[in-house]
Design a protein around this ligand. Structure first.
Ligand SMILES: [Fe+2]
Length: 173
């Protein structure tokens, strides 16, 4: 039922320390408030030079020219509520967790009956890329006293299954 939420990209390299430091020291912009129910950007994010990396340039050539990357930050003791990423036109993403916050959870859910859901946790490993199906509803809980940092690569033109097929045979240069 929830077997198409994530795919661990264990054959790809860990994120370089320079990008971890860039994320933690990033210039994060606050989300634009939602006014009159107009849906706007809802996350705190920052730009990254990872967009210029060989990996992203290679993906732009082989998968989609519209791929881009940014950092996200979750406040201490915060819940990023249930949502899918359709507002950001994101069908699937590659995420790298930059900080190991004890009490931090990323969950997917599917409804089984009114007020009841089946949930599954995304098993992030620090610095290791994870493909996520963000067309499914998900949330982030940061139940820790520290900020939680993430590098996120948006793959807007392919869905999760297409991206998973691509990465199963992807050769790291
Ligand atoms: Fe999301």
């Amino acid at each position: 039922m929830l077997d198409n939420c994530f795919y661990q990209l264990d054959h790809l390299p860990l994120l370089g320390k320079e990008f971890v430091n860039e994320g933690i020291n990033g210039n994060f912009r606050s989300p634009i408030p939602e006014i009159d129910n107009i849906r706007t950007t809802r996350t705190t994010k920052a730009d990254t030079t990872f967009t210029n990396s060989k990996f992203i340039q290679d993906l732009k050539q082989k998968l989609s020219p519209n791929i881009h990357a940014c950092f996200f930050r979750n406040d201490p003791y915060s819940l990023y509520d249930w949502h899918n990423d359709s507002v950001g036109n994101r069908k699937c993403v590659i995420n790298y967790l930059l900080t190991d916050n004890i009490g931090s959870l990323t969950l997917f859910r599917k409804s089984v009956s009114r007020l009841n859901y089946k949930i599954v946790e995304c098993p992030y490993t620090l610095y290791r890329p994870m493909l996520l199906n963000v067309e499914l509803e998900h949330c982030v809980i940061n139940n820790s006293s520290d900020y939680r940092y993430l590098l996120s690569v948006s793959l807007p033109d392919v869905n999760f299954e297409q991206a998973m097929d691509f990465f199963k045979s992807y050769q790291v240069f």
